[in-house]
Design a protein around this ligand. Structure first.
Ligand SMILES: [Mn+2]
Length: 277
C-alpha cells in the first residue's frame, strides 16, 4: 500500500505548505508529487522549495509561474508594458529571484512540463494546466467533456492529475479514466464555500492496482502569521495577496493589478527589473 500526497500551487505561502507537510506526515504519506507554481506572489519562495526538496518527490513539474522565470532567463519577455499581468509577473519574479538565488531560480525554470509516475501498478500522468501548455483556461472545472478527454488523449495513464485552477475537481474521461485536481496549497479559491485560512492538497491511497481512496484535504494554517511575514518582507501586491487569502476569492485580475501598477509605478520598475536577468 502506498499513500501519495499531491502538492501544487503553494505560491510562496510557506505557512500553508508547512501545515500540509505536517498533515501528510500524520497521514503516513509514503510518496509525494509536486504540480508546479510552488513559488511566486507569496513571501517565502525559498522556504517552500527547500521544504519540498526535503521530502524527495517522485516528480516535480513546471507551472506557469516558473515558466515566467524561464522567459526572463532567456530574455523572451518583450512588449509587456501594456499588459498589467505581465508587468506583475516581472515584479513578483524579481522578488523571487532575490530570495531564491540564481541556482534555485534556474532549477525551477527547468522542471518538465509533464511526468508519469507508477505506484502499485497504477499509472498517474501529471501536468500543471494541460500536457502541452502550463497556462490558460483549457482545464477550468466547468469546461466541457471534450476538453477533459483531450487532456488524457495522448497517454494511457489511469489517472490524470493537475493543478493551476486552484479549484478542486474529480472527473471522468469518456473512456472511464479519472482526472483529479487537489486545489491549491497556498491560494485556494472557492466562490461559495469558505476556504480562507485553509491549505488544500490531495491524498491518494493505492494498493496493488486498487484505488483505495482519493481525497482533497483542507488543512488549517496560521493565516495571520503568513500575512505578518508578507508585510515584514514587503512583498509586491501585498493588498491583493491579503484580500485573496482572507476571502478565498481570486483577486489577481487585470483590473485590480493595473490599479496597483499605477499606484506603485510598477511599469517603470518592471522595465528596469527585466534588465537584471
Ligand atoms: Mn498556475
Amino acid at each position: 500500500m502506498r499513500k501519495l500526497a499531491v502538492i501544487g500551487d503553494s505560491h510562496g505561502n510557506y505557512e500553508a505548505l508547512k501545515a500540509v507537510l505536517e498533515d501528510a506526515d500524520k497521514q503516513n504519506v509514503t510518496d509525494y508529487v509536486v504540480l508546479g507554481d510552488i513559488t511566486n506572489r507569496g513571501p517565502e519562495p525559498a522556504e517552500c522549495v527547500t521544504a519540498l526538496q526535503k521530502v524527495d518527490p517522485l516528480a516535480w513539474i513546471i507551472g506557469n509561474h516558473e515558466n515566467v522565470y524561464r522567459n526572463l532567463l532567456t530574455h523572451t519577455f518583450t512588449n509587456f508594458a501594456e499588459n498589467p499581468k505581465a508587468v506583475m509577473a516581472i515584479i513578483t519574479s524579481t522578488y523571487d529571484y532575490q530570495h531564491l538565488g540564481e541556482a534555485q531560480f534556474e532549477w525551477l525554470s527547468k522542471r518538465p512540463l509533464t511526468a508519469e509516475v507508477e505506484l502499485e501498478k497504477i499509472k498517474f500522468y501529471l501536468f500543471h494546466s494541460t500536457p502541452n501548455k502550463c497556462r490558460g483556461h483549457f482545464s477550468f472545472p466547468t469546461n466541457t467533456q471534450e476538453n477533459f478527454d483531450e487532456l488524457m488523449a495522448h497517454t494511457d495513464a489511469d489517472m490524470g492529475i493537475y493543478g493551476h485552477t486552484h479549484r478542486y475537481l474529480m472527473r471522468m474521461t469518456s473512456d472511464g479514466r479519472y482526472i483529479f485536481n487537489p486545489g491549491s496549497v497556498g491560494m485556494p479559491v472557492s466562490d461559495r464555500l469558505l476556504i480562507s485560512g485553509q491549505a488544500s492538497y490531495g491524498l491518494i491511497t493505492v494498493d496493488n492496482q486498487r484505488l483505495i481512496s482519493w481525497e482533497q484535504r483542507n488543512v488549517p494554517y496560521d493565516l495571520e502569521q503568513e500575512l505578518k511575514t508578507a508585510r515584514e518582507r514587503q512583498i509586491p501586491y501585498y493588498d491583493l495577496y491579503e484580500e485573496l487569502l482572507r476571502t478565498g476569492k481570486f483577486t489577481f485580475n487585470p483590473e485590480k493589478v493595473q490599479a496597483e501598477n499605477q499606484k506603485r509605478n510598477y511599469v517603470k520598475q518592471a522595465l528596469e527589473d527585466v534588465e537584471k536577468f
